[in-house]
Design a protein around this ligand. Structure first.
Ligand code: ASP
Length: 462
């Protein structure tokens, strides 16, 4: 192998260490460092990475970076080039099966690392998906379309509008279900905004992602995809949902309502939780089991109202003790038209903020109160604080989650600037972003992903 290929992506001190021990990329090595012994495959680095680390792929599938200056010895056990080419197989068509459209936006589920360039490459054609998850063909006829290839922190107004419009076109064209591949980080933001932009859909619109990319042994990509495609193809639940791992093991997935769901753990595969309710359904390879009543049912028509408007001049003010009023003034001065406060407890902020909130509402800024506890309702009549804050023109929005309220206000301000109309839009539920009450067991079950806890609770509440 040419020297340049052997050092692919390595420069400076990283390249020096590899040369010193006569190893290079794709060497299978044991490395002794001051931090311990590591065994694995030396991966190429991306051109933009720093020059101080050697990156190893461990047998577990995890990649680790080892600081070059900590390395005491490297022994080469062999060489092994990793191939991540996905076998392309033609997705079979069966006229007896439902038709599902997969719209890709990016994120881990759509990616495998191309170790040569360090870039993330999509695995998204139907052939690639069929090659890696052949079970999908038992469920439906799948068509895919890559709309964007972004990590989900880069989803914003333009993508939301395009996505909503494409969903509308697919529904009118008669697909039986839609799956949206999306990064998990902001999946709940997109799920919320789609709930508002795509109203009264007749079919399931299922968002899915993965916490671990499909080149890792513990990846959740395939199972989440199978569950999501099943929910889209066969499920009787219409509307925007998120479908991800239920418990920490791969026993089942959960279907969450698009505007009651939240990413709750930065790395667990069972990261999505329904907040303020229990999930809509459990799903495995064989069944979809509803966990609660009161969800919209699939219909035979192809009618849907697409309302793809969005004004991003909105911000979330996450209150903390001692917050200073200049923060609010700065939001107003920088042109924000709406503020969602995530207040403490039942919906509170400190008194020094009051004059600034008054200045903001007088300037025509629309301000709504949510709670940073996430569970529970704003209750602004309980304490004097709450009443006073409402008198400043701040409107509580019950048990709407802060991010959901954020997306809804962006959507509302895309329609009108009229104070009363904005209030009415915010306080009138489109789906279940505001509910009349939390179920008595909502806070407990299907929340921790520990089946024993659920079994225990089932017995207690028999
Ligand atoms: N950062 C990624 C994203 O949200 C993580 C993921 O896909 O799960 O796009």
């Amino acid at each position: 192998m040419a020297q340049a290929e052997k050092l692919k992506g390595y420069r400076g001190i990283g390249a020096d260490v590899l040369e010193r021990y006569g190893v290079g990329v794709w060497s299978d090595v044991e490395i002794d460092s001051t931090g311990g012994r590591f065994e694995g495959l030396i991966l190429p680095r991306s051109e933009t990475a720093d020059d101080r680390h050697i990156v190893l792929k461990l047998a577990t599938g995890y990649n680790v970076g080892i600081a070059a200056e900590t390395i005491r010895a490297i022994r080469e056990r062999g060489r092994r080039e990793a191939h991540y080419k996905i076998p392309e197989k033609e997705f079979p068509y069966d006229p007896g099966k439902p038709n599902v459209k997969l719209l890709g936006t990016g994120g881990t589920i759509a990616s495998r690392l191309d170790y040569r360039t360090g870039a993330v490459i999509p695995a998204f054609s139907p052939g690639e998906l069929y090659g890696s998850v052949p079970e999908l063909a038992d469920i439906c006829n799948l068509e895919t379309e890559k709309l964007f290839g972004v990590f989900s922190e880069n989803m914003a107004r333009e993508q939301y509008i395009t996505l909503a419009e494409r969903i509308g076109e697919e529904i009118r064209a008669g697909v039986d279900g839609i799956v949206i591949g999306h990064g998990t980080d902001t999946m709940h933001h997109t799920a919320a905004v789609l709930t508002f932009m795509v109203q009264n859909p007749p079919i399931p619109i299922v968002m899915v992602g993965s916490q671990r990319s499909s080149d890792r042994p513990s990846s959740d990509a395939a199972l989440n995809l199978i569950h999501a495609v099943k929910a889209a193809a066969e499920g009787n639940i219409a509307g925007v949902m998120v479908c991800m791992f239920g418990p920490t093991s791969d026993q089942y997935g959960l279907l969450h309502s698009g505007c009651r769901v939240r990413k709750m753990h930065s790395s667990y595969r069972s990261t999505f939780r329904t907040v303020g309710d229990i999930p809509i359904a459990m799903i495995d390879r064989n069944r979809i089991i509803p966990l609660r009543e009161g969800y919209p049912r699939r219909r035979e028509d192809h009618d849907v109202t697409i309302h793809a408007v969005y004004d991003e001049h909105v911000t979330i003010l996450y209150y903390y003790p001692g917050m200073r009023p200049e923060i609010v003034d700065a939001m107003v001065d920088s042109g924000h038209r709406g503020i969602i406060i995530a207040g403490t407890g039942l919906g509170h902020v400190n008194k020094p903020l009051y004059p600034a909130l008054r200045r903001a509402t007088d300037a025509g800024v629309h301000i709504f109160m949510t709670v940073q506890t996430l569970w529970g309702y704003t209750q602004m009549y309980v304490y004097e604080t709450g009443r006073e804050i409402m008198e400043l023109g701040v409107t509580p929005v019950a048990n709407m989650l802060p991010e959901v309220a954020y997306m809804k206000l962006c959507w509302a301000l895309g329609q009108t600037d009229d104070r009363e109309q904005v209030r009415r839009i915010m306080q009138t539920p489109v789906a279940d972003e505001i509910t009349a009450r939390e179920p008595y067991n909502g806070y407990l079950i299907y929340q921790g992903g520990i089946p024993e806890v659920q079994d225990f609770l089932r017995q207690v509440h028999r």
